[in-house]
Design a protein around this ligand. Structure first.
Ligand code: JHZ
Length: 361
């Protein structure tokens, strides 16, 4: 945790080209719920637009799921994402997008071509970017005087509350809080002007940032910062007890898998999420404990999970091919998944979860 701004962050930085490239497999549209979430986000953003011919930019636009609403409404927009494969998919949805990383030079180029942006939006992207100083320099170049940056990312407070340690992985460089974002914005000539809690991906905060002195912060900002202080979200002792709690949970998860196997029940993983890499490697789970993980993403199928070497395969076509027990890696999509896997449960299928605790049944 940075002693100055309180951002919790990784100590190792993976070169960005190794993570974000034209074979990037994660698609926003892989969850129907997330697609509807982003349609609502877009509608909310449209409501905030003030100028007669607004221009909206999304950093990390992925497959264009969010910007599609803007394209449909004929609102000027541009997505930017280093995953050229997904930029092509965004284009196929009618979304204007360009491949690349968002940098000050790109931002200046975009402004020269399209004019100032009224809103820059980023979902599950800002926390992936270690070099925030360049992002703010880019925002300074691109945003109009009253323009805003709106971004949402997993929330430190929820990670501590739920013990969702799998939110820590190579792509998630930062775990933000209202306190840390206020400080980071401040040190770049901006200010945090609104904070909202949202329920997706296991709990996130949506931050609105504007140029300092142009917009007055809502009361939510002080409320969140005061709440974080009183809950000890940035206390080193609290973080240390989180680590201890997670260590115990690792042992319980391993035991739960061993018990299922000892009872002769077959097990498979549900969804080869990015988060699962942390769980598998941290808990020492390999093909001996978990022989396969099913996932809907074609690019992940036929590959092995990083470090742990578990084969990733498409879901069996009928419930007859299903295992007796699923280890739920996409726990953040539990509601969506439970709704579509009712037959598995009706046939006596069991779930193992590890957030907010190890639960079998
Ligand atoms: P999901 C990714 O993390 C990566 P992941 C990234 N770094 C990030 O921040 C978040 O998204 C937002 C599969 N799946 O959404 C498809 C099924 O198989 O928890 C995907 O491989 N069946 C950008 O990967 C994976 O799960 C299903 O029914 O942790 C996506 O997992 C569903 C709903 C998903 O994000």
């Amino acid at each position: 945790m940075c002693r100055r701004c309180r951002a919790v962050q990784l100590t190792d930085e993976v070169p960005r080209e190794k993570m974000f490239h034209d074979e990037y497999p994660f698609r926003t549209s892989s969850s129907a719920w997330m697609s509807s979430h982003f349609a609502k986000v877009a509608a909310q953003l449209v409501d905030t637009l003030r100028s007669p011919d607004p221009f909206v930019v999304e950093i990390g636009c992925n497959d264009g799921t969010m910007l599609e609403t803007f394209a449909e409404r004929g609102i000027r927009h541009l997505g930017i994402d280093p995953a050229a494969n997904l930029v092509a998919e965004a284009g196929a949805r009618g979304v204007l997008a360009r491949p690349g990383f968002f940098e000050p030079a790109t931002a200046a180029e975009i402004r020269a071509e399209h004019g100032p942006a009224e809103v820059v939006y980023a979902a599950n992207t800002m926390c992936h970017i270690p070099y925030l100083d360049e992002i703010f320099a880019g925002l300074d170049a691109l945003l109009g005087d009253d323009g805003i940056l709106v971004f949402e990312d997993p929330y430190l407070g929820d990670v501590l509350r739920l013990g969702s340690y799998d939110q820590l992985y190579d792509e998630h460089f930062y775990l933000f809080s209202a306190t840390s974002v206020a400080c980071i914005a401040e040190s770049h000539g901006f200010a945090l002007i609104d904070v909202e809690h949202i329920g997706v991906h296991g709990g996130e905060l949506r931050y609105t940032v504007g140029r300092r002195d142009r917009r007055r912060p809502t009361p939510a900002v002080d409320r969140w910062i005061a709440g974080e202080a009183s809950e000890g979200v940035h206390d080193l002792a609290r973080l240390a007890s989180f680590a201890a709690e997670i260590g115990e949970r690792r042992d319980r998860l391993r035991r739960a898998l061993q018990d299922e196997r000892a009872a002769g029940r077959s097990i498979a993983g549900y969804a080869a999420t990015a988060k699962s890499a942390t769980v598998l490697n941290y808990c020492g789970i390999g093909p001996d404990l978990l022989p396969v993980i099913y996932d809907t993403t074609p690019e992940k199928q036929g590959r092995l999970t990083p470090g742990s070497g578990i084969p990733v395969e498409p879901f069996p076509t009928g419930p007859d091919g299903y295992p007796d027990t699923f280890l739920l890696f996409a726990w953040n999509h539990a509601e969506e998944i439970m709704a579509k896997e009712q037959e598995f449960v009706a046939r006596g299928g069991r779930w193992i979860r590890y957030v907010p605790d190890v639960l079998v049944g």
